[in-house]
Write a new protein. Sequence first.
Length: 95
Amino acid sequence: MPERFALGEHVRAARHDPPHHCRLPRYARGARGTVVDVGGWHPLPDDRARGLPAELEPVYTVRFTARELFGGGDHAVTVDIWQSHLSPAAEGASR
């Protein structure tokens, strides 16, 4: 699986709420952010926690505004997110 996103690219965190372990924080699901770093390739913990084989995939550090995540605030939050939990986000789109 090649790296799908570049630094500065706008992405959207997945909206799914699986019945099993998921490393994507609930507060970030569906939110739009910006890739600020690529943190290497790591196995998806969601699969490992269920005893499934986990292939390596890129992990991105994504910066979200507090307004995007919580509806207010003038700070930002960064979250490390596996590639399978991200998709491209349209410029200017909101939750």
